[in-house]
Ligand binder design. Structure first.
Ligand SMILES: NC(=O)c1ccc[n+]([C@@H]2O[C@H](COP(=O)([O-])OP(=O)(O)OC[C@H]3O[C@@H](n4cnc5c(N)ncnc54)[C@H](O)[C@@H]3O)[C@@H](O)[C@H]2O)c1
Ligand SMILES: O=C(O)C(=O)C[C@]1(C(=O)O)C=C[C@@H](O)C=C1
Length: 285
């Protein structure tokens, strides 16, 4: 019997459990999470078969999927070095940054443990196991760091997730973190900053926020995400995010200069450029 340990039964961990059970119901999934409510929900819905503490579950697992916040993933990788593991265990994670995680995994890898970093490029502003969905990852890119198709256990792991029809992409940790700083982390900071700016301005009239239509809602949905998860992401990719934020500030200053000068042509050029780029994103889908 194949045993999969999922540590972290929130949005991503529970969605992975759903995907595995969809086509591989015979696989035993052990869930591990300090949150009783998330674990209980998955047990009741037969999406995990058992719940155990991390240290007890690790020696039983053929596949270990670390799905807690990035800071917890790093802590658990360090813990794995001290725990008894099955000789051919495959260890992976789903964390949103990869350099810090791959660095933490170096001692484990040099002990011969089959560790491959991972990151599904799909998610939501919701958290917890109730929010997980079978189709959360449908046709999404799934980044793989440190793995090749010559790794039979990685291929088995990919087969476990076949119900999600993922688009697997091998990438280096540094390129990954650069890319996600631009397409995920900075957008998050901007959404959060926008909400806080407006909230300050509207503090004496809270009902005004309820009038917000699609524009505000679409640009700020992700600001409702879990602060613990996002703080861990910021802490582990701070330098690149900071660098990208400086570029953002330059673009913002450029826009302000054009606005102050009532430079109609430049304002329209800025909008035209963004429109073309944003439309091309939908065409490529
Ligand atoms: N939310 C997204 O959109 C998204 C997308 C891709 C990857 N990720 C990454 O996936 C990971 C999980 O994110 P999520 O959205 O599922 O968050 P979540 O908040 O829904 O779930 C995280 C879970 O980890 C649990 N946890 C905390 N400490 C733990 C510990 N010591 N041992 C075991 N579990 C522990 C929490 O109780 C919670 O249930 C993060 O590393 C995140 O960066 C998130
Ligand atoms: O769709 C969302 O709500 C997300 O925030 C998903 C999202 C992102 O696109 O930034 C969030 C974090 C991840 O690591 C990957 C995906």
């Amino acid at each position: 019997m194949t045993t999969v340990l999922i540590s972290g039964l929130g949005l991503i961990g529970s969605s992975i459990a759903r995907v595995i059970k969809q086509e591989n119901s015979e696989i035993e999934i052990i869930g591990s999470d300090p949150d009783d409510e998330s674990a209980q929900f998955l047990l009741e819905h037969h999406l995990i078969d058992d719940r155990q503490v991390f240290t007890n579950a690790v020696p039983l697992a053929d596949f270990i999927i670390l799905a807690g916040p990035v800071s917890v993933v790093i802590r658990q990788i360090n813990e794995l070095i001290t725990l008894p593991l099955k000789p051919d265990v495959f260890v992976t994670d789903v964390g949103s940054t990869k350099e810090a995680i791959m660095d933490a995994a170096k001692p484990l890898i040099s002990e011969g443990v089959n560790f491959v970093g991972g990151h599904p490029m799909a998610g939501s502003d919701k958290s917890g196991s109730r929010s997980g969905k079978l189709d959360l990852f449908d046709h999404a890119v799934y980044f793989v760091v440190g793995g090749t198709t010559a790794n039979p256990k990685l291929v088995q792991f990919q087969n476990l997730l076949s119900a999600a029809h993922l688009r697997w992409q091998v990438i280096s940790a540094s390129l990954h973190d650069q890319l996600v700083s631009e397409i995920s982390h900075v957008p998050h900071v901007i959404a959060v900053t926008l909400v806080n700016t407006i909230a300050d301005d509207l503090s004496r009239n809270p009902d005004a926020l309820k009038a917000a239509a699609g524009g505000f809602r679409d640009t700020t949905r992700i600001a409702a995400s879990d602060p613990t998860m996002w703080t861990a992401i910021m802490m582990s990719n701070a330098e690149l995010i900071n660098h990208e934020l400086s570029k953002f500030q330059q673009h913002l200053s450029h826009f302000q200069t054009a606005l102050e000068a009532r430079d109609e042509e430049e304002i329209k050029n800025i909008f035209k450029n963004a429109q073309a780029v944003r439309k091309s994103l939908d065409e490529r889908k």
